[in-house]
Design a protein. Structure first.
Length: 265
């Protein structure tokens, strides 16, 4: 693929990721990681590092989108600061730990684990499983441990953390608005510390392509960030027009296909 075709492809990926993220109300990582893995394969990048590049680059894009989202929720007062601050140490340490775990795995094993995770999310969406509201929040130690799990799993798979953080915060007694707003803020430290660690652990790897710093591919990052934000607004508008149940089942089906592809390759 020449440079022009590659750049257009990354912009198209960003547009698709933004639209789907806005349409289905999920973070872009579940869409960006498999799409990047496919794009990097088409470009002939080394199979040994494709998943690591896809996950690291996805986290780098989430730094930008999570910053915008967190600021929006902060202005609307839906970010519950005490719980965010209690989760924060665990989120940071977990994100770093998750990347080091990823670094010990082969690209094939990481892809398989990602496929299993995506299938679990697909089942949850298809069945319409919602977090059970609770009323008692754990202490700082419990919140810190939860932050570590959320940060570790999210960094391992290149997602922003909402898939895990929203159910946890809801169980702790947060309203859905608070859970979503606080979860959006949690995505920033996960993505920032995760992306930086992916750069460090991948620095100087002999199989890295041009324009990569460690396991972050900058042309892909730029294309996705430029296109995803405006197209996310389009996705939100479409979400208010199309039936919610149809959207949920459609996205669950899409995730199921993605998950099976990773398990069967």
């Amino acid at each position: 693929m020449n440079a022009l075709a590659t750049s257009v492809g990354y912009l198209g990926l960003g547009a698709a990721a933004g639209t789907l993220a806005g349409l289905f109300g999920v973070g872009g990582g579940l869409i960006i990681v498999p799409a990047l893995a496919f794009a990097f394969t088409l470009q002939g990048m080394a199979p040994e590092i494709i998943m690591h590049l896809a996950v690291g680059t996805s986290l780098a894009t989430i730094v930008v989108t999570a910053t915008s989202s967190a600021l929006g929720h902060f202005r609307k007062g839906s970010l519950y600061r005490p719980w965010f601050l209690a989760l924060l140490p665990g989120l940071m340490l977990g994100a770093v730990g998750g990347v080091f775990v990823a670094d010990t795995l082969s690209s094939t094993v990481l892809g398989t684990l990602f496929g299993v995770f995506v299938l679990l999310v697909a089942v949850k969406m298809a069945l319409g499983l919602a977090p059970k509201p609770g009323s008692i929040a754990p202490g700082k130690l419990g919140m810190g441990f939860a932050g570590g799990v959320i940060g570790g799993v999210s960094a391992l798979f290149g997602i922003g953390g909402g898939t895990l953080a929203v159910p946890w915060l809801s169980r702790c007694g947060a309203t859905m608005t608070q859970a979503v707003g606080t979860s959006a803020a949690c995505g920033l430290p996960i993505a920032l510390f995760g992306a930086l660690t992916f750069i460090v652990v991948g620095w100087g790897h002999p199989l890295l392509p041009d324009w990569a710093s460690g396991f972050v591919m900058w042309p892909a990052f730029l294309g996705i960030v430029i296109a995803s934000v405006p197209f996310a607004h389009l996705g939100v508008k479409l979400a208010h027009v199309l039936p919610a149940r149809v959207l949920r089942l459609a996205f669950a089906g899409l995730l199921a296909i993605v998950g099976m592809r990773f398990l069967l390759t």
